[in-house]
Design a protein around this ligand. Structure first.
Ligand code: ADP
Ligand code: MG
Length: 317
C-alpha cells in the first residue's frame, strides 16, 4: 500500500465539516475562521518509547494524542475546529493503522474537530498533531493574567494519571476497579473544554496540568510575575490514588505528577462567589488550592508548615 492509498483509506473520508473550504487532498487545507475570532494553534509530538511504548495499543495512543492536544485548546478557552496529523511509520501495518484511525476519528467526532490534512513519512514511529481552535482574542485564557490576591483553583481531581504510570511499571498494585479508573485517566484524559467555556468569564489566568500542578502553576507565576502559595492539604487527590498508595505519595502524585489534564485557574477574589456558583450550577468540580502572592515561584504548605516536594514535574532535558 502506497502513501496516497493509505491516506485515502484511513484518513481522507473524515475531512469534511464546518469551516472546511478544502480538506485533505490538495497542497493546503483552506479553513474559514468565524468572524471576530482568532485562530488558536497548538502542536504536540509523541515519540514511540519516549511518550508511549512502541508496542502499545494504537487506538489508545491515537485517542490520547488528540485528547492531550485538545486540552491545550481548553486551557485558552478555545473551541476545537480542525487538526492536522503528521505521522512517521516504520512500515505500513494495516491492522495498526485501522485501530489508530478508529481511535483518532472517534475522539475527533466526539469533540467536533475535523482532520483536514497532514503528512505521512517512513521512519521511526512518531505522531504530531496540530490542533486549531477559535477564540475571541480578548477572552482567551492566558498564563499571564494572574495578580497578587487571586485565588487558585483546579478542576476535577489529581494524581490518577501519575499513579497509572506507577501501576504500568508494577510499582503499585491497585484493586482492579481502581486500576481501571487510573488507566482511563491516563489513556483518556478529558479535555476540559466545556468547563473552560463556562468558567472563562471569571478566570484571570489558566493552564492545563500536563507536566504536574506545581510545574504548571509555576508557568502561570512566571508569565504573570507573581508567586503562588499552594496548600497541599487541599489538593483534590483522586480517591483511587488515595486507596492505592500511602498518603505522602498520594500528595506527591497530585502535586508533581503529570498527565492529569485538569485546568489550573486563577480567579480574582471579588469574582469568587460568581465563579463558584457557576461551577456548582453546572456540576463542575473545582477546588480552591491556594492563592497568588508577590515574589517568584511556587511555595507549598502542608499542615500549615512550608513543605518541599521531592519531585517538581516532568522535564524532557
Ligand atoms: P505534499 O506533497 O503537497 O506535502 P502530501 O503528498 O504530503 O502533499 O499529502 C497529500 C494530501 O494528503 C495533503 O492534503 C495532506 O494534507 C494530506 N495528508 C498527508 N498525510 C496525511 C495524514 N497522515 N493525515 C491526514 N492527511 C494527510
Ligand atoms: Mg507532505
Amino acid at each position: 500500500m502506497g502513501e496516497f492509498e493509505l491516506i485515502k483509506k484511513y484518513f481522507q473520508e473524515h475531512s469534511q465539516g464546518d469551516g472546511v473550504v478544502v480538506g485533505i487532498g490538495d497542497d493546503c487545507a483552506l479553513l474559514q475562521v468565524s468572524e471576530g475570532y482568532s485562530l488558536a494553534v497548538s502542536v504536540d509530538t509523541l515519540v514511540a518509547d519516549v511518550h508511549f511504548p512502541s508496542n502499545g495499543d494504537p487506538e489508545k495512543i491515537a485517542e490520547r494524542a488528540l485528547r492531550v492536544n485538545l486540552s491545550d485548546l481548553a486551557a485558552v478557552g478555545a473551541r476545537p475546529r480542525w487538526f492536522t496529523l503528521a505521522i512517521s511509520l516504520p512500515s505500513v501495518d494495516e491492522n495498526w493503522l485501522k485501530s489508530f484511525s478508529q481511535g483518532l476519528l472517534r475522539v475527533a467526532t466526539q469533540y467536533q474537530c475535523v482532520l483536514v490534512g497532514g503528512d505521512t513519512t517512513k521512519g521511526p514511529l512518531s505522531i504530531s498533531i496540530q490542533v486549531h481552535g477559535e477564540v475571541i482574542a480578548e477572552r482567551a485564557l492566558l498564563r499571564g493574567g494572574a495578580r497578587v490576591g487571586d485565588l487558585i483553583y483546579v478542576t476535577g481531581d489529581l494524581g490518577a494519571a501519575a499513579a497509572a504510570v506507577l501501576a504500568l511499571e508494577s510499582k503499585v498494585s491497585p484493586t482492579s476497579e481502581d486500576r481501571d479508573y487510573l488507566m482511563s485517566r491516563y489513556y483518556k484524559p478529558t479535555p476540559r473544554l466545556a468547563e473552560a467555556k463556562l468558567l472563562a468569564p471569571f478566570v484571570s489566568a489558566a493552564i492545563d496540568v500536563s507536566d504536574g500542578l506545581v510545574a504548571d502553576l509555576g508557568h502561570i507565576c512566571e508569565q504573570s510575575n507573581v508567586a503562588a502559595l499552594l496548600d497541599l492539604d487541599r489538593l483534590p487527590v483522586a480517591e483511587a490514588v488515595r486507596r492505592s498508595v500511602k498518603d505522602s505519595v498520594a500528595v506527591e502524585l497530585a502535586a508533581a505528577g503529570g498527565d492529569d489534564y485538569e485546568l489550573c485557574l486563577t480567579v480574582r477574589d471579588v469574582q469568587r462567589s460568581q465563579f463558584e456558583s457557576v461551577a456548582k450550577r453546572h456540576g463542575i468540580k473545582v477546588t480552591l488550592i491556594g492563592n497568588i502572592t508577590s515574589g517568584t515561584g511556587v511555595a507549598c504548605l502542608m499542615h500549615g508548615a512550608p513543605h518541599q516536594l521531592s519531585k517538581q514535574g516532568y522535564q524532557h532535558f
